[in-house]
Design a protein around this ligand. Structure first.
Ligand code: BES
Ligand code: ZN
Ligand code: ZN
Length: 492
């Protein structure tokens, strides 16, 4: 798993500057108003920093862009990197500046001259998040083994930031856990392996239970079990409880779709791009990542995380199109398309979550529909909710973290599309409004009194190009927003 480079904070030691062997990063607005550290570097490099700051390249650079000064004569550093900043920094730009620090990699010694910069915590978090690298399956060269990274910020008030650092690390570790799970191939991350990784949260004080197939059968989760019955990997539901809040306070419930691989089942997907379906456990991955963050920072709230782990495979025992299954709630479902399996998994886990925990609110996450990618692309995840107050709190948290989420409509009119000839409901509603009919399907399994949000993260959980805070691959989308929602709305 990805090891995190925990940042440390020190007061600037001018004399050490010359001896840093890795990379020195200077945050600068321009040639005027250089701070102490920058002036020192300018002297050491015989004016090279000043010339760079006055160059056309730097003038053309936008806030957050990095300009390299390679092999700076007079210093031991491999490179001095100058990142353009400005006085009127907002949170987004601060994260972008942080990302520019992390982008070059955190495998070596990195010293950032940050002084008393605004929004330092966002800069630090940005550097950590963008510094993530999933290389578990790359054969290591000797160089890799030898180098140990360090990320050091020279700041004017180190004590203040050191106190914040633990929270930042908790957030980064949660995001990394999600990314590791989503990046992991399906031959490694089987349902059993996934459950074992969730189980490891017990070390942080999370109560973890794994419900096996016989128990799920007893609970009546035939919708979930039907999806997994074509696979040799056993279906499981993992229940994680973090009880950091008042003893009698109803918890927030997080429910995740954990399809460790989605072939489509008998309604087989086309070959091209099927390899991406290793990420079809992204909702469950996010739930586990959030639980990790909450436990690491000892959140003062009660939160339960439930994930449905199955593999959707064709086989002689696989579910067929046309099969009818009975959900735990009791509603019967006609399975028209075995590739619309996520909703079959979620409906049982959501019902169980409400039945057992009577949650104050429930949020489910799923890489649920290709249609959400047609609607929102890769910039926003879809938000569906039966409760305006909860949706408002959630979208505010998302805005604060800069994670794209966009509210979509629900409406009883869409239920027409889900009418089955022989059962209570069918699992697909046709091409029109595919993400909304999926959400309407889930809504049948939400009790009227439960404030609920469904998040369709199919377009954002895994990206095929770099984004501001993540290299290409798994993003960990939603971990930071949910952590902030808990902080702002559930911790007093
Ligand atoms: N896991 C897919 C959705 C998906 C698509 C996630 C692309 C990430 C990227 C889901 O199980 C699925 O196959 N949905 C079908 C539903 C259809 C059969 C109604 C889809 O979106 O095509
Ligand atoms: Zn599917
Ligand atoms: Zn799926």
């Amino acid at each position: 798993m990805t090891e995190i480079t925990a940042p440390s904070f020190v007061a600037l030691d001018i004399d050490q500057l010359a001896s840093v062997e890795g990379r020195v990063v200077v945050l600068a607005e321009g040639a005027e108003r250089l701070d102490k550290g920058a002036r020192r570097i300018n002297r050491l490099t015989k004016g090279a920093l000043g010339r760079l700051l006055e160059s056309k390249a730097f003038a053309k650079a936008k806030t957050g862009d990095a300009v390299e000064m390679a092999w700076p004569a007079g210093m031991a550093a491999e490179a001095v990197q100058v990142i353009k900043t400005d006085r009127k920094l907002d949170h987004d730009t601060a994260r972008k500046i942080g990302a520019a620090i992390g982008k070059a990699g955190l495998g070596k010694e990195v010293l950032v001259l940050a002084g008393a910069h605004r929004h330092l915590t966002e800069i630090v978090l940005g550097a950590m998040l963008r510094g993530y690298d999933f290389k578990d399956h790359k054969s290591a060269d000797d160089d890799d083994e030898a180098s140990e990274g360090s990320l050091v910020f020279a700041v004017s008030k180190p004590e203040e930031l050191s106190a914040e650092a633990e929270n930042l690390i908790a957030v980064a570790q949660g995001v990394f856990m999600t990314r590791d799970l989503v990046n992991e191939p399906a031959n490694v991350l089987t349902t059993t392996e996934f459950a074992a990784r969730a189980q490891a949260l017990a070390d942080l004080g999370v109560t973890v239970e794994v419900l096996e197939e016989d128990e799920l059968e007893k609970l009546g989760m035939r919708a979930l079990l039907g999806v997994g019955q074509g696979s040799d990997s056993p279906s499981k539901v993992v229940v994680m409880q973090w009880n950091g809040g008042a003893k009698d306070a109803a918890p927030l419930a997080l429910v995740g779709k954990g399809v460790v691989f989605d072939t489509g089942g008998i309604s087989l997907k086309p070959a091209a791009g099927m390899e991406d379906m290793t990420m079809d456990m992204g909702g469950a991955g996010t739930v586990v990542g959030v639980m990790k963050t909450l436990a690491m920072r000892k959140a003062a709230a009660n939160v339960v995380g439930l994930i449905g782990l199955v593999e959707n495979m064709p086989g002689s025992n696989a579910q067929r199109p046309g099969d009818v299954v009975r959900s735990m709630k009791g509603d019967t479902i006609e399975v028209i398309n075995t590739d619309a399996e996520g909703r079959l998994v979620l409906c049982d886990v959501m019902w169980y979550a409400q039945d057992r925990f009577k949650p104050a609110a429930m949020i489910d996450l799923a890489t649920l529909t290709g249609a959400i990618i047609i609607g929102l692309g890769h910039e926003n995840a879809g938000v569906f909710s039966n409760n305006d107050d909860l949706a408002k709190d959630f979208l505010k948290a998302a805005d604060g973290e800069g994670e794209g989420f966009w509210r979509m409509p629900l409406g009883d009119g869409y239920d027409k599309q889900l009418k089955s000839r022989i059962a209570d409901v069918k699992n697909v509603g046709g091409r029109a409004a595919g993400s909304i009919t999926a959400a309407q399907f889930l809504k049948r399994f939400v009790k009227d009194e439960t404030p609920w949000i469904h998040l369709d993260i199919a377009g954002v959980a895994l990206l095929d190009s770099d984004s501001t805070l993540a290299p290409k691959g798994a993003t960990g989308w939603g971990v930071r927003t949910l952590d902030r929602l808990v902080r702002d709305a559930y911790e007093s």
